[in-house]
Design a protein around this ligand. Structure first.
Ligand code: EPZ
Length: 420
């Protein structure tokens, strides 16, 4: 296994190019299951989760080529519909094949994704919505068996909770369903918006894009002529680099970014004293004179994203005063607290709220990554800490950050990837 060795404290400077959004690319890749043509996707992030999903689709019979951030994929050769456990267990977003496979083939068997470090991650809302669309769903021996022999039919879905991949699954299922599907309480994340836009531009009648109410008129089982497109920039990777600048009192510029996807994050950094120069696709951040404490509540887009919670906790350690962070989406997304404490952070937990005392001196230590975003928080803290920090189990990081250590080294960080 690899680990990252970071020497701190460090300053950063220069420009970093943000990669395509993993969480936009994943559903857009499974969307190709609804297409009868070969599709080309550019600005594709070459991260582990993307490669895992492509392997899954290849196992189903699809063919693809991924090089220089360009993916061409052809699913016309897909000849079976079982997404088996050995792949799904490594990446729960594999559940995104459920809607498309069922819509296109009328049946599929998808391994239950199982939980992960940050929470139980149920898929009950996905399944209930598909049943409303006429699917017969049974769960047996760890697999979801779904059948819809006459195809799916449009339905009026009201999600009990806002679910990002749940919305994506039902949007894709509805695209090939018979009739109209209304989805209320739909997720509005930019990644869901791009999925809907690509469907619209591929000829699907879909309205309400970007709102919590989507209306989709299905093709009645006909596959789509999917357009080629560019994946949107990764707003969470971008937010992570903004925090890297803030925690090291540095000015850096981000390129290939959508500032409008980061309003909640930018607002919190401005509250803490950072300042910005924004362009169409660039962001320059300047550090605070003295970092002010901040209060954060994670909620669905456009509110503050849960995927930035760990990074802000690391940043709050350096603020002058106590910050509070309330995690409202996942029941166990504070695994990074004990690792940050190993670096000298003073953090108190009460239920789903963490109080970060702030103004703590951080000292390098060995720490362990537990999940994707927690890992990046440890790297940020390591760059601010005095001495050497070794971040272990960084396979978590490789799932969603492309060339993290190369990008940070190019900004001036002292960071190396070594073998245990
Ligand atoms: C997506 O996960 C993202 N993953 C997550 O990013 C992100 O943290 C999350 O949305 C929230 O923004 C991808 O897009 C691949 P949800 P998802 O369904 O879709 C509950 C990262 O770091 N829920 O929106 O799985 C659920 O337990 C990852 O890149 C149900 O109860 O999240 C949670 O409390 C981590 N039943 C809440 O809804 C369901 O059927 C939101 O979950 C589905 C969800």
């Amino acid at each position: 296994m690899d680990y990252l060795r970071i020497q701190g404290p460090t300053k950063l400077q220069g420009t970093v190019v943000i990669s395509g959004a993993k969480n936009a690319a994943l559903p857009l890749i499974t969307l190709a299951l609804l297409a009868h043509n070969k599709v080309t996707m550019t600005n594709m992030p070459e991260v582990a989760d993307i490669k895992t999903l492509l392997k899954l689709l290849q196992n189903l019979g699809a063919s693809y080529n991924l090089e220089n951030h360009t993916l061409t994929i052809d699913t016309s050769t897909v000849n079976h519909t079982m997404a088996n456990y050995d792949i799904v267990k490594t990446m729960r977003a594999s559940i995104l094949v459920l809607g498309p496979l069922l819509a296109r083939f009328g049946h599929c068997e998808v391994s239950l994704p199982g939980g992960c470090a940050i929470g139980q991650r149920p898929i009950d809302l996905h399944l209930k919505a598909l049943e409303q669309m006429g699917a017969e769903i049974t769960i047996h021996a760890g697999y979801v068996h779904a059948v819809a022999p006459e195809g799916l039919k449009g339905a009026h879905i009201v999600f009990d909770k806002i679910t990002v991949t749940g919305t994506a699954n039902i949007v894709m299922a509805a695209a090939l369903a018979h009739g109209k599907t209304v989805i209320q309480n739909a997720a509005r994340e930019p990644e869901v918006v791009q999925l809907c836009e690509i469907l619209r531009d591929s000829g699907i009648d879909i309205s309400g894009i970007g709102t919590s109410e989507l209306v989709i008129i299905g093709t009645g089982g006909k596959t789509i002529d999917m357009i080629d497109f560019e994946v949107i920039p990764d707003r969470i990777e971008a937010g992570t680099y903004l925090c890297a600048a803030a925690i090291t009192d540095s000015s850096i510029t981000l390129e290939n970014v959508r500032p409008d996807h980061l309003d909640a994050v930018t607002a919190k950094l401005e509250h803490m004293g950072c300042t910005f120069e924004l362009g169409e696709t660039t962001m320059t951040i300047h550090p605070a004179q003295k970092l002010k404490p901040v209060d954060i509540i994670t909620q669905e887009y456009p509110a503050f994203p849960t995927d930035m919670q760990a990074q802000f906790m690391a940043l709050a350690v350096r603020a002058n005063g106590a910050s509070t962070i309330e995690e409202r989406l996942f029941e166990n997304r504070f695994m990074h607290v004990s690792e940050l404490q190993r670096l000298g952070a003073e953090i108190k937990l009460s239920g789903h709220t963490a109080t970060v005392i702030g103004a703590c001196e951080l000292f390098g230590a060995d720490v362990m990554a537990t999940d994707l975003r927690a890992s990046s928080a440890l790297v940020l803290a390591g760059m601010a800490a005095e001495g050497t920090t070794n971040v272990h189990r960084i396979y978590h990081l490789d799932r969603g950050y492309e060339n993290l250590e190369q990008k940070l080294r190019a900004l001036g960080a002292t960071i190396d990837r070594l073998k245990e």
